[in-house]
Ligand binder design. Structure first.
Ligand SMILES: Cc1cc2nc3c(=O)[nH]c(=O)nc-3n(C[C@H](O)[C@H](O)[C@H](O)COP(=O)(O)O)c2cc1C
Length: 120
């Protein structure tokens, strides 16, 4: 394990009961930045497997929600959670493109608020 800044993030994950991962969809997957964190999580797998955590996932892609990318990412997160013994409580895809698309969508903001209640 290289001694880089990711240790802080991994420690925060270790100390959290609940984590909501968020990512734009890049090439039918999560962003490289989130993938880097997920990869680093492997270094603490054994400790993580002793913990119970509730996980949420929010993905934002430009494509319509019927595109396969949201399912692909959700299935990957489900596999990761099963491996670690964590519970994937929700997986919420959003279709948006412009910067303020989500902010201007009151229905979407309401749904996000409901998800938060589900996991807390
Ligand atoms: C490199 C790159 C790859 C992308 N790939 C996809 C994709 O596979 N499917 C999709 O629906 N949207 C894709 N998009 C669109 C983004 O998911 C979408 O615009 C998102 O809101 C961008 O978030 P950001 O502004 O935080 O980068 C891609 C965008 C970029 C820049």
């Amino acid at each position: 394990v290289l001694p880089d800044e990711s240790a802080d993030v991994i420690n925060k994950i270790y100390n959290a009961d609940t984590i909501i991962f968020g990512s734009p969809v890049y090439w039918w997957g999560v962003s490289a930045q989130l993938k880097m964190v997920i990869d680093k999580m492997y270094s603490k797998s054994e400790q993580f497997q002793e913990q119970k955590k509730k996980i949420g996932l929010v993905t934002v892609g430009a494509d319509e929600l019927k595109g396969p990318q949201y399912r692909i990412i959700s299935e990957q997160m489900q596999c990761i959670c099963e491996y670690l013994g964590w519970e994937l409580v929700f997986s919420h895809p959003i279709s948006a493109y412009e910067k303020t698309d989500v902010l201007n969508n009151s229905d979407e903001l309401r749904k996000l608020g409901e998800l938060w209640k589900k996991i807390s």
